[in-house]
Design a protein. Structure first.
Length: 129
């Protein structure tokens, strides 16, 4: 079964109901089977300044997720990515995590992850097209 790494922007859109029903069903399946997040996504999500009711949902989502920390393989791949592509370190860590774990990234931010060799990307906003 394919495994996914969910990017911060997708979580934001998910909790704000910005997706059509078809995409929500797809994401519900992924989320119900223990979502995978990079340590970067955890940091970004828990740093949001949002109303308390949404923050509780986000905190529960994060606590129910598998958080992938930096390990030697992720660091190695991150360095390779940064040497070969102009990309911000947080995005390089997310991409490196997906590559190290053989996950597909679910993100709305395709342009930052484009042209990273071997990286699989799904943009949920394009699933309904």
């Amino acid at each position: 079964m394919e495994q996914y790494l969910i990017d911060t922007n997708v979580v934001c859109d998910y909790f704000s109901n910005s997706f059509p029903e078809k995409v929500l069903r797809f994401l519900d399946i992924i989320i119900d089977s223990i979502p995978n997040l990079s340590i970067i996504t955890q940091i970004e999500l828990l740093s949001w300044k949002i109303d308390t009711s949404v923050m509780v949902k986000v905190e529960n989502f994060v606590s129910d997720s598998t958080i992938h920390n930096l390990d030697s393989e992720v660091v190695k791949r991150c360095i390779e990515i940064r040497r070969n592509k102009k990309i911000k370190t947080p995005d390089a860590i997310i991409a490196a995590t997906a590559l190290a774990k053989n996950y597909t990234i679910i993100t709305n931010n395709e342009k930052d992850f484009a042209h990273i060799e071997g990286l699989k990307i799904i943009n949920p906003h394009k699933l309904n097209a």
